[in-house]
Design a protein around this ligand. Structure first.
Ligand code: FE2
Length: 293
């Protein structure tokens, strides 16, 4: 095994979180890992859902037409195929290893529907907040195929997909000025380690979805989220895989906005008045409607 980097001080685990089983859309079963109670602590992130099933009835209903305003959704598909259509005229197929990054801004209506009758469906949806000044900006959308996502490879078979931010000098697929998100999907063979510098003051967490890891001596099991502490002396985080099996995990970090968060379902604004306006605008048809299917 490689020697630990003695000069590197890692953040530790402040708290382990086990997600809450729930369902959303038309009966899609999922685990809400980052819940509303953690929005302040993990600012600028508002939600993380994990879904993973071989049972068609757990996903076949998909997410029919629904609106969003005031934030960004980042969907990362590990396995399966989902078709996306929205009121801004965008359409895309999200599949095996691909990412869809959507900035709802002032409002979109979209549908996310499975394009498979059986087989495995697995992935994640992260909600990233927008600063007050950008909440009413025009919607933006990008589909990134697995082959378009930058990757870093290091000794021992360690690999990371750089969805946002940067790692080991490799710029990720998406950059954001205000929230400075880092979004990595990391594969660690048994016993291997991965270090990532993190900005002091940025909030960060890890979600393990295969195998197990340890961070500063604390074990993080499969399907657990570890909220990393904000130790001002730490330069980042060092993650070590368990010795028995390969580990796969998400490492997500960002710069907190420190603005009031007002949420009503799929609308996330700063005040109650803005939420009421969102509902009114949606009901008045101001978000438009997705292309007929
Ligand atoms: Fe959605």
């Amino acid at each position: 095994m490689e020697q630990a980097n003695k000069a590197f001080v890692s953040r530790g685990v402040e708290r382990l979180v086990t997600g809450v089983p729930t369902s959303d859309g038309a009966g899609v079963k999922l685990t809400r890992v980052l819940t509303q109670q953690l929005q302040q602590r993990l600012d600028p992130f508002l939600m993380l859902d994990a879904f993973g099933t071989d049972q068609r009835e757990d996903y076949i209903g998909g997410f029919p037409d629904h609106p969003h305003r005031g934030f960004e959704t980042v969907t990362y598909m590990i396995a399966g195929r989902m078709r996306h259509r929205d009121s801004a005229g965008n359409e895309g197929l999200l599949e095996n290893g691909g990412v869809q990054w959507m900035t709802a801004g002032r409002g979109v209506v979209h549908s996310e529907l499975p394009e498979q009758e059986d087989g495995r469906m697995e992935g994640f949806q992260l909600w990233l907040n927008l600063p007050a000044r950008d909440k009413m900006r025009a919607p933006w959308y990008r589909d990134l195929k697995a082959a378009e996502l930058p990757r870093v490879h290091s000794a021992g078979g360690v690999e990371a997909v750089v969805i946002a931010g940067a790692s080991q000098g490799v710029q990720g697929a998406v950059q954001r000025d205000t929230t400075e998100p880092l979004y990595l999907d990391i594969v660690l063979p048994p016993g291997q380690r991965f270090s990532q510098p993190l900005e002091a003051g940025h909030n960060a967490f890890v979600y393990v979805y295969r195998g197990s890891v340890s961070v500063q001596g604390s074990k993080v099991a499969s399907r657990q989220m570890a909220i990393l502490d904000n130790d001002p002396l730490a330069q980042g985080v060092e993650i070590v895989a368990g010795t028995e099996e390969e580990a796969r995990l998400l490492l997500i970090a960002g710069k907190p906005l420190r603005e009031p968060i007002a949420q009503y379902g799929p609308f996330v604004m700063n005040t109650r008045e803005e939420l009421l306006q969102a509902v009114e605008d949606f009901q008045a048809g101001k978000f438009g409607a997705p292309v007929a299917q």
